[in-house]
Design a protein around this ligand. Sequence first.
Ligand code: BEZ
Length: 234
Amino acid sequence: MINREIIDETPRQCLTIGRIAPDFTAITTEGVVTLSQYRGQWVLLFSHPGDFTPVCTSEFIAFAQLYPEFEKRNVQLLGVSIDSNPSHLGWLYSIMEMTGLRMPFPLISDRDAKVAELYGMVNPDRIYEQSVRDVFIIDPNQRIRAILAYPATNGRNMYELLRLIDALQVTTTYGVSTPANWMPGDPVIVPEARTFDELLQRVTDPESVGLNCLAWYYCFTDLSQVTPLNPESE
Ligand code: BEZ
């Protein structure tokens, strides 16, 4: 049997870490917003499948409760779904009635899926015709630094988002990396040796340069020992 299903083969931009976040202007619950107005701040752009659904409601309550933690880190939250602005307003009002929390960040109404298309938030198979739970962490130079995707059925962990933002900010400021399960205050991973002398020093006497090395390619230090990078070089 011939499959007569029409498949949408429109090529879509593949957004990856390191690319400049595509700019857009959109209607939100806080008025018209343009992404580039947040240059100089970190932005956490996140999509949700739909208003008045339980998992999304739990996520918005959690975002509102932890908003001061995002603010402390100079992070602007920006939600997006294809629902209408009146739907967003009604839903946020319902959340306020339930919890007393006023949503402290804009929620984009992406009726024509312009933002979802730009960021590849629409499932290309169009199974649900919904944006999914995507997260884009965008740095103050508007570069995409992290991308996460979750299914509709499972809510995100806001503490992991905060932890990842802390790790990205430490990397940006100090040029170091962070190991698995890193938490603020834990030792950080220093860049690889650049010369053979440096490599030998890491094998023979790492303490003299403030390092704790388990192998020449596996060295840690305390962040307090690291000089911040010149911001011009970021
Ligand atoms: C929810 O937020 O509960 C949800 C949304 C879309 C599909 C499934 C669950």
